[in-house]
Design a protein around this ligand. Structure first.
Ligand SMILES: C[S@@+](CC[C@H](N)C(=O)[O-])C[C@H]1O[C@@H](n2cnc3c(N)ncnc32)[C@H](O)[C@@H]1O
Length: 376
């Protein structure tokens, strides 16, 4: 079973990080306050919807609709809901790393209030992603449109947050080389994935589909990251995080949900390292300075570089610059200068002779990057 931590124990944890990969039992605001500053890489929050249901709902055949009428979804007023939302969002903001991001999912009942409060608290909205349901519940009364989507707000900690994870290249490659859009089509959670009790009833009324969480996690986290879910429910975030080689911390106040989530996560087999490697584009590759090639002995001071047709040449100096005629500068600046251009990519312009032909110095940069990758 995944470890379960009573809130009282969490406050006395001596080992830093001992709450990682466990479910904290208790109110999320109190639990969040017991976690260290800047300790999680990402947050997925599926808070109460505050559905404001007025009485029971029946289908045309008079059978009862299994609506969300649980105590945890009841708030006395919009003001009470807003005060609660402000408290848990503020607490989340403190535990989120400066380059971390938060996802909050909701319906028309709550997402606009949540979004406004997020902006008031200085979160910076990056996208609203619409989860369009393949198989939504009908509108039984026929007096409104069928409610066929939920909205997820994705935000960074503030407007200046830099370096947040967005696996753009991998998402695009997985989408037939087309940019991933902000409207996602998934079925609601059903079939074998839906947790059921011995009585055949759903364990949790709002269990989210694993495919939805998988896309959220693959888009905005890296293997090894810690993902916090302050409204853990049946543990969808934990199950998917474990499968995808990420860590989780869940907070939930209902023991029945904790028991179901814990058993569910225990049964998950994580994927292997090879399957989890995230594809990156050129922008994400580590920066390698020209001087590194000299320091690594791949090029030497005094060596001559030329363009691939040997029209222009320059000599490598010990300080990592190139010199030609009376000019000196970086590989880029001197490449531009000799051609009379404003700019030049020195990595592809300058070539060296390896005894068998002319090769761009960019190939030596790849050698360094491959060596760096082996150190990971
Ligand atoms: C919308 S459900 C989340 C469902 C979850 N995403 C899943 O896939 O199973 C919200 C959950 O938050 C829990 N909850 C509500 N208020 C809470 C609070 N103040 N502290 C901790 N948990 C809370 C509820 O018990 C419920 O399980």
């Amino acid at each position: 079973m995944a470890a379960v931590l009573p809130l009282a124990d969490l406050k006395h944890q001596v080992r830093p990080g001992s709450w990682v990969n466990s479910i904290i039992k208790g109110d999320c605001v109190a639990a969040l306050e017991a976690l260290p500053d800047h300790s999680v890489d990402a947050i997925f929050a599926d808070p109460p919807y505050n559905l404001q249901l007025g009485g029971t709902l029946h289908r045309p055949d008079q059978s009862l609709v299994d609506a969300v009428d649980n105590d945890w979804d009841q708030f006395a007023s919009f003001q009470a809901y807003d005060a609660f939302t402000r408290a848990w969002l503020l607490a989340c903001r403190r535990v989120l790393k400066p380059n971390g991001t938060i996802w909050v999912i909701g319906s028309y009942h709550n997402i606009f209030r949540v979004g406004a409060i997020m902006q008031d608290l200085n979160f910076w909205l990056l996208n609203d992603v619409v989860w369009r349901k393949v198989n939504p519940m009908p509108n039984f009364k026929g007096r409104r449109f069928q409610n066929a989507h939920e909205t997820m707000i994705w935000a960074s900690r503030d407007a200046k947050a830099k370096g947040y994870t967005f696996n753009y290249d991998a998402l695009k490659a997985s989408n037939d080389d087309v940019q991933m859009r902000s409207d996602w089509l998934f079925p609601i959670c059903s079939g074998g994935e839906r947790l059921k009790g011995e009585d055949g009833k759903k364990v949790h009324p709002t269990q989210k589909p694993e495919a939805l969480l998988a896309r959220v996690i693959m888009a905005s986290t890296k293997p090894g990251d810690v993902i916090l879910d302050p409204f853990f429910g049946s543990g969808t975030t934990g199950a998917v995080a474990k499968r995808l080689g990420r860590n989780f911390v869940g907070i939930e106040r209902e023991q029945d949900y904790i028991d179901a989530a814990s058993a569910r996560i225990e049964a998950v087999e994580p994927l292997g390292k090879a399957e989890l490697t995230v594809m990156t584009g050129k922008k994400a590759e580590p920066r390698v300075a020209f001087n590194t090639l000299i320091e690594a002995g791949l090029l030497r001071p005094g060596q001559v570089l030329t363009d691939h047709k040997r029209r222009w040449s320059a000599i490598i100096r010990a300080d990592g610059t190139l010199a030609a005629g009376g000019d000196a500068g970086s590989i880029h600046r001197l490449g531009a200068k000799v051609q009379g251009l404003d700019a030049c990519n020195g990595w592809t312009f300058w070539h060296f002779d390896d005894g068998q032909g002319m090769r761009p110095i960019d190939e030596l940069r790849v050698v360094i990057r491959n060596d760096l990758a082996k150190l990971d």
